[in-house]
Design a protein around this ligand. Structure first.
Ligand code: CU
Length: 125
């Protein structure tokens, strides 16, 4: 009988060990993913019916990761004149903004009553 108890303890200890190992591995992977995303970011957070900022500024000539996060509702965007389009399928893009200027950003997915006025500006300086 005590053999079985010992055996059970060994099995439980092994499972705990494996669990801790996996937790460490997934933690490290999350950390690596964060590092891979380093660099200039241009993040649009969309809700009904606006983007989180009225103006976004990026440096001219710098490679930027542009991304869209729908916090509320379903939205897509276009940076007019730069050919940048993001939606539910393409959630991020690497873009180098070459020409300084002001570019309009608007929602390209009919999302509801405030859709027509869902706009923002990207300033490339
Ligand atoms: Cu919209």
């Amino acid at each position: 009988m005590s053999k079985w108890i010992m055996f059970s303890f060994v099995i439980v200890a092994c499972l705990l060990g494996v669990g801790v190992l996996f937790q460490e591995i997934s933690g490290r992977q999350a950390e690596m993913a964060t590092h891979a995303q380093a660099g200039p970011q241009l993040k649009f957070i969309a809700s009904n019916f606006q983007f989180d900022q009225a103006e976004y500024t990026v440096k001219a000539g710098e490679k930027v990761t542009v991304s869209l996060l729908n916090k509320e509702g379903l939205h897509a965007l276009e940076i007019v004149g730069l050919g940048v389009k993001l939606d539910g399928t393409t959630k991020s893009a690497e873009v180098t903004f070459d020409k300084p200027g002001r570019y309009e950003v608007h929602c390209t997915l009919p999302c509801g009553t405030g859709h027509a006025t869902m706009k923002s500006i990207v300033i490339v300086a």
